[in-house]
Design a protein around this ligand. Structure first.
Ligand SMILES: [Zn+2]
Length: 416
């Protein structure tokens, strides 16, 4: 990834792809989202899918790190708060709605039976999910869509691990039924790493509802998921399995997510969702702190849209402040139409134009390696900028040494 500054890569007015939305009062179509502020017209009267296909949708930010910031310890079951501390969860939803989020995501990321089991809550899957959906629905009303969050089981499916495919599909079905009963408008499968598990989740969602499905993966620094799936592979797989929106969330921060969006956009014409972390967390005085500012994350949201994303928001570490800034950036843009995307069919890696030199072509030392006996020495850097004299002196002293060191990188005798 490039390390150029954000400002230098900001999209220009003449850049292809998304264009600046017409100014208010112009005869063009209205700026996407311009009518949907905190006191705006109901978003929910429109179809989520149609909207995300034709304009920008701003989703909310993190729930887990917001709960953590409000004093909920990491050893607690965050999903259970839908039952025991509904006011706290609702308050966070309200903050995101007021910040301009058009999708509120339920506090149900870990509410599958595998993840609830260590807390003795595996019998409450449906109840916790239904409550989570109801809380978000009550705050969103008709002003925002509610996305039912479904995260991975935490285990691996065969052949990567011991879990049975059907068993996992059944577990996701129970969770998704609870979300539907609570009134969600779409299902957000998020932070997945492995294709078999994403396949099971999509299949479960499809078998119990007709709701739109967002299939979102999390990637590591090397733009692979933690089981080695590349963005192109993830996007093609999710599309083939029937996802409506393909996404990247969580991951290692906005800069790395941008690369993933660019690569996904080359292989799918489905809408793309980008919801990064606010960078990677740092532990400061026993607290996890995310350092990416709202302005920084929002500047990237603009670049995600330029790269082909039409649903933008945040994951761990993002706050209503981040979403507010993203909303300001996003409202100025309309998405790149899928038809504008150039889909590349990649059947093999292009051969590199860079041909590395062989060692013998690089230096005189290299040309002798393997052919003559050579001695390498380390010297202290001489003062000044010209090393020629020091090199010459060391070369002489090494040649004069009567007992060569057994070390392959013996230090030359230092002259006072
Ligand atoms: Zn996250």
């Amino acid at each position: 990834m490039s390390s150029k500054s954000v400002a230098s890569q900001a999209p220009s007015a003449s850049a292809p792809g998304p264009t600046a939305a017409p100014a208010a009062g112009s005869t063009g179509s209205p700026a996407p989202g311009a009518a949907a502020g905190p006191t705006a017209a109901p978003r929910r009267q429109k179809s989520f899918l149609e909207t995300v296909q034709n304009s920008i949708v701003v989703s909310d930010g993190a729930m887990g790190t917001m709960l953590y910031a409000r004093g909920i310890f990491l050893n607690r079951c965050f999903d259970e708060l839908n039952l025991s501390n509904a006011a706290l969860v609702s308050d966070i939803h309200r903050q995101y709605l007021d910040a301009g989020a058009e999708v509120l995501t339920t506090n149900t990321f870990g509410a599958n039976r595998f993840k609830l089991q260590p807390y003795g809550l595996e019998e409450k899957v449906r109840e916790i999910n239904r409550a989570g959906a109801e809380l978000a629905r009550a705050i969103a009303g008709e002003r925002a869509w509610v996305g039912g969050s479904v995260g991975p089981t935490g285990g691996q499916l065969r052949p990567l691990g011991p879990l049975d495919h059907e068993e996992v599909v059944e577990a996701f079905k129970v969770q998704i039924r609870g979300l539907i009963e609570g009134g969600v408008d779409l299902i957000i499968l998020e932070t997945f790493h492995a294709l078999p598990e994403m396949g099971a989740a999509i299949r479960a969602a499809r078998s119990v509802s007709q709701l739109p499905v967002v299939a979102s993966f999390s990637f590591e620094r090397n733009a692979l998921t933690n089981v080695g799936v590349a963005p192109e592979e993830a996007a093609s797989f999710a599309e083939a399995e029937g996802a409506d929106v393909i996404g990247v969330n969580c991951s290692t921060g906005p800069n790395d997510v941008l690369e993933v969006v660019e690569r996904m956009a080359k292989v799918t014409k489905k809408p793309i969702a980008a919801q990064p972390n606010a960078g990677l967390p740092r532990e400061v005085q026993n607290r996890l702190i995310f350092l990416a500012t709202p302005e920084y994350v929002a500047s990237y949201a603009r670049r995600f849209i330029r790269a082909g994303a039409s649903m933008v928001g945040g994951c761990c570490g993002t706050t209503p402040e981040h979403i507010k800034e993203i909303r300001i950036f996003a409202r100025q843009l309309v998405p790149m139409k899928a038809a504008q995307r150039t889909i590349e069919v990649i059947d093999k890696q292009p051969e590199s134009r860079y041909q590395p030199k062989r060692p013998e072509e690089k230096t005189v030392f290299g040309s002798k390696l393997g052919k003559k006996f050579v001695i390498s020495v380390e010297i202290d850097p001489p003062k000044g900028t010209d090393p020629a004299k020091a090199l010459e002196e060391r070369a002489c002293s090494t040649t004069r040494a009567s007992t060569p060191s057994t070390s392959p990188t013996a230090r030359a005798p230092r002259r006072a």
